[in-house]
Write a protein that binds this ligand. Structure first.
Ligand code: AMP
Length: 212
């Protein structure tokens, strides 16, 4: 199964990708997590990406296309994967088409702007493995500690209110056109966020026709 998760920043793509990844036994590819790891490791890609991420802007398409081509060629992607946070522009989507990838579905997670702003202020991520939490909606079992790996939970630098506003603007201009792009290809499955991550994930599994 090859899936794309679309949605505004804060829609819960990362959280849903993790649930789907366990359920389907295929990896999640998150370009955001790959870029944050590259920044932490001080690689050339990380150095190039940092200023864009900190400003809430998109990293240039050619950098992302390079990362994704390399990642999808790895052995664990042979039975499918879930793309989280990529493609984010029409150019990235066209590059995936040129690579000959046939997606099974594109799940678009829909959420109001008010809810996004509320969620992003409470978001915490694991600095070691990238798992995401929310102090209100998806709290870890132990405050400040990742359930999955015991790593420390931190607030992302780009989750400050000004950067969030910039990221939403970028989302509307650059990423939202992908909804029509994939609808035109008959792949779009819109899902409205529900009250809990479990309820949202049930709706996603339903639209994908996957049993509970
Ligand atoms: P995310 O964790 O998906 O919210 O990504 C965090 C930041 O990484 C974004 O605000 C962008 O600056 C950058 N980024 C991640 N994925 C992409 C992408 N596919 N295209 C461009 N920039 C990206």
């Amino acid at each position: 199964m090859k899936l794309i998760l679309l949605g505004a920043p804060g829609a819960g793509k990362g959280t849903q990708a993790e649930i789907l990844c366990k359920k389907l036994g295929i990896p999640t590819i998150s370009t955001g997590n790959i870029l944050r790891a590259a920044i932490k490791d001080g690689t050339p890609t990380g150095l190039k990406a940092k200023s864009y991420i900190d400003a809430g802007a998109l990293v240039p398409d050619e950098v992302i296309i390079g990362i994704i081509n390399e990642r999808l060629a790895q052995a664990d992607c042979q039975n499918g994967y879930i793309l989280d946070g990529v493609p984010r522009t029409i150019a990235q989507a066209e590059a995936l088409e040129r690579a000959g990838i046939a997606f099974d579905a594109v799940v678009s997670i829909e959420i109001s702007e008010e809810e996004i702003l509320r969620r992003m202020s409470g978001r915490r991520v694991c600095e070691a493995c990238g798992s995401s939490y929310n102090v209100e909606a998806v709290p870890p079992r132990v405050e400040g500690i990742c359930d999955n790996c015991g790593g420390k939970l931190i607030q992302r630098k780009d989750d400050t209110p000004e950067t969030v506003r910039e990221r939403l603007k970028v989302y509307h201009n650059e990423t939202e056109p992908l909804v029509d792009f994939y609808a035109a290809r008959g792949l779009l499955k819109p899902v409205q966020v529900a009250d809990s991550k479990e309820a949202t994930s049930r709706k996603i599994l339903d639209v994908l026709g996957i049993g509970k």
